[in-house]
Unconditional design. Sequence first.
Length: 553
Amino acid sequence: MDTQKQAAADLFARIRNHRLSATFALLAVLSFGILAGSIFTRTVSGKEQVDSSDARPLNIPKPLDLSTAFSKIAKDVGPAVVNINTVSIPKQSANRRSGRRGQVIPFGGNQGNGGDQGDQGNMQDWLNRFFGGQGGDDGEDQGNGGVREALGSGFIVDSRGYIITNNHVVDKADKIYVKLSTDPDNDGEDGRPAHVIGVDAETDIAVIKIDAPQPLPTVKLGNSDGAQVGDWVLAIGSPFGLSKTVSAGIVSAKDRSIDDPGMNSAPSQFQRFIQTDAAINPGNSGGPLVDMAGEVIGMNTAIYTQSAGSEGVGFAMPSNTIASVYNMLISPEHKVTRGSIGISFQPSMPSAVSREYGFASGGVLVSTVTPDGPAAKGGVKPGDVIVAIDGKPIKDGDELVANISTRRVGSTVQLGILRNSSKENLTVGIADRAKLFADVGNNNDNNATPAEADAGESKLGIKVEPVTSQLASKLGIQGGVQITSLRPGSFADDIRLEKGCVIVEINKKPVADEAAYRAIVNGLKSGQDVAFKVRLQGPNTPAGDSYFGGTLP
């Protein structure tokens, strides 16, 4: 037994000694491998290991002529596009503009043909709001006591140094500098001094001039009437101060007006834009919009944005408007003269009103006639519908304004009108719009006393009360009823009647008092067109009559 135990112990000892020997042998081999590898890598590089004799060198190919239309236009037009730098010196706080701005005028009144010129400050606020402000603010003195600088663009139209840009680029600037495309881009150099030849706030067009010892490159002005929706266009300018920038897009709409209910001022009726999706940003303002013939068909003026950056909707003033305004601004008077016959109207008319008053196929319903103005002297009366000018039918108020405003002051025009469903022709003179009108405003009358519910509450959704003699005198009416409450979602609410407005006619029937109002409303039937002639109240509401209407449910 002892012999067996001893044999087992000797076997275990031999195995243990063998494992230790094997372990030491393995460690020795690994150590040798690591040492040899270190020595080898010190003397050998990757270049020596890889043979690249069969690699071929890269060659830069010759430029390819791909679509050269855009680049050719940019080269041809670019030299005539300029960068405009303006400097405004802060004024004393007593001279600063008030932060309160005008309100949107939703109807004809001061916007319609014969409406007043409007407050030019409000117009610039409107443009700056849409364009995000030149230089990153809205044009107000920031109160930091420093000089305010702003950037914009423009284009040369006369080799002697005449440049077209936006009025809001140079508005209220104390110093104006222009950099040509060939001038150095050094930040320390302001550019060439420029001075204003004339401005037109209604179209936001300005003409400035720089000295030109040598003839300057010019753009070629095109006919904007020929531009079609879908045409390719290029916008050239200095967005964010980055000069010589070109962006491409298409004409996405024409004859576009910009109306934003959130705005605090009203756009001009003379601003009808070419809409484009070419990228336009702050600093592009005043630069050209160019068609594929290399001709300028518009001037980049505004963007519709909530972030002060391009969102795919830009607006350019058409070249035909630019040419007309430019020619007047370079005249000895350096001002724009527009014709007027002395009326106002409601630009947007409900179809129910046009059907009821007999001009569903086209025409303009006159809201007010300026006393002693050409229309009044020619026999035009409120409630008349102008359907033709010199025998040619007119579609709407925009067409009327476009026709009359371009006519020579002192000339005459033949108006075809509808009055009580009868056609008449009247001869009316053309007057200077700027001299013909003054601001007209109506204030709320707070002295009215409540009356009991009227007969139209169930059908129309409104309650009314008789107008006071004081309010009737203020509004220049003989009678009527004033809306005292309006039910949300009702017929009256749907056609946008408002609390406080005075109803003077329903379906051409006079509303002399509350009894007449109830008698008319009681006779209204479901499915019938109902047209209201009303007088609005409140600051910046249009003078004269406004019209609302719809089909009674």
